[in-house]
Write a protein that binds this ligand. Sequence first.
Ligand code: MG
Length: 159
Amino acid sequence: MTIRVGLGFDLHRLEEGRPCILGGLTLPHPTGPAGHSDGDAVLHALTDAVTGAAGLDDIGTLFPDDDPRWKGADSATLFSEAVELVGQAGWVVVNIDVVIATEGPKIKPHRSAMRARIAELSGVEPEAVNVKGKTLEGMGALAGGAGVAVQAVCLLEKG
Ligand code: MG
């Protein structure tokens, strides 16, 4: 069996009045990730993880943020396109693991729904997707809810 692992990372500022879109869900929170697209740092990190594992271009090359086509884009659409490209290259997603570091929205109450949503977009069962929230222990520029940082890892196998 041929397997490949891919790693993705992303971070966004959290700003007042932006919808709090993370992991393909809209969370009930007064701030949300700023960005050219909807700012979904979870799906952006995941997009880089899946395309990285398959040896494809990164998110910034596939979906440039100076391209008006992606202004306000639904990151679920971008991630789905990335999964499609990975599939066309002969790869199938095996599992996904995600760490969301933020002191903005609480992640724990939304873990199950986020796992299910990411699984749906990735074409795997929810048990093949994990999501963990971490606080920043009040340290650094993202502390106090100023931002969200995400690490994602994805395993692919040759289909
Ligand atoms: Mg991003």
